[in-house]
Design a protein around this ligand. Structure first.
Ligand code: NAP
Length: 211
């Protein structure tokens, strides 16, 4: 798949590097494609870097991995996203990580969908720390990757991208379910950074009753 990863930090850097290694065509959409930081990432990931607009325009899938506060501006910079799959990894965190800035009667994902007009928005990759993307195996279990979206085909494509990384994909239904996935991310952060489980010590797993 042709994937533009907007934001090349913990989340974007990890996802882009892993998908490129799996054979996808990844371009990082960054503020300064010529910076030393971008050059180092491009070298390490064996991918490309471009402006946000250039990266998004050539991609089938646009992954948003930027801070919540930058989201509306990033979507504006990306240009016309109509018809593309937009993967929203963003949690609308308070700057001190003490909670969410919005939620339960809306979600970051639903706001992304209003800004990215005509895009097929899928919420994913927000309920586990980025340091686990390269290794979602916990003992004998694969961590769940909860996804939500209104377009079934788009969700299936994003589910495949998560499964390729080793996640057990859980389709939680329409994009509205992001109202519950963003607080779930908050629980992951709370356990990791307030309850001492750390960045790679824990993950959520949905158990399904057999029979
Ligand atoms: N960290 C995690 O484990 C984790 C897990 C799941 C979800 N999330 C969510 O994923 C998102 C990214 O988190 P992160 O930890 O990867 O953040 P991060 O390491 O701080 O990276 C954020 C990236 O966004 C870029 N950026 C910021 N404003 C931008 C703008 N206006 N235009 C273009 N790029 C811009 C930054 O570029 P510069 O280098 O130019 O500043 C940086 O590359 C957040 O919404 C977070 O809540 C994080």
């Amino acid at each position: 798949m042709k994937i533009a990863v907007i934001g090349a930090g913990n989340v974007g850097g990890a996802l882009g590097t892993l998908w490129q290694a799996l054979g996808h065509d990844v371009v990082f959409g960054v503020r300064d494609p010529k910076s030393t930081k971008s050059a180092e990432l491009v070298k390490a990931a064996k991918a490309r870097a471009a402006t946000v607009a250039e990266a998004a325009s050539g991609a089938e899938i646009v992954v948003l991995a930027t801070p919540w506060a930058a989201t509306e501006e990033v979507i504006r910079s990306a240009g016309n996203l109509a018809g593309k799959i937009v993967v929203d990894c963003i949690n609308p965190l308070r700057p001190d990580l003490s909670g969410l800035l919005i939620g339960t009667d809306t979600s970051a994902a639903e706001m992304v969908a209003t800004w990215a007009k005509g895009a097929k928005v899928v919420k994913a990759f927000n309920t586990i720390g980025a340091a686990n993307f390269a290794n979602p195996r916990f003992g004998s279990e694969n961590a769940s990757m909860f996804i939500a979206g209104d377009d079934q085909a788009a969700k299936s494509t994003v589910g495949t991208l998560a499964a390729e990384l080793g996640f057990d994909v859980v389709d939680t239904g329409p994009l509205l379910a992001a109202r519950w996935l963003e607080p779930l991310a908050m629980l992951w952060i709370h356990l990791g950074y307030r309850q001492g489980l750390g960045p790679t010590g824990h993950a959520f797993k949905l158990l399904r009753r057999q029979g």
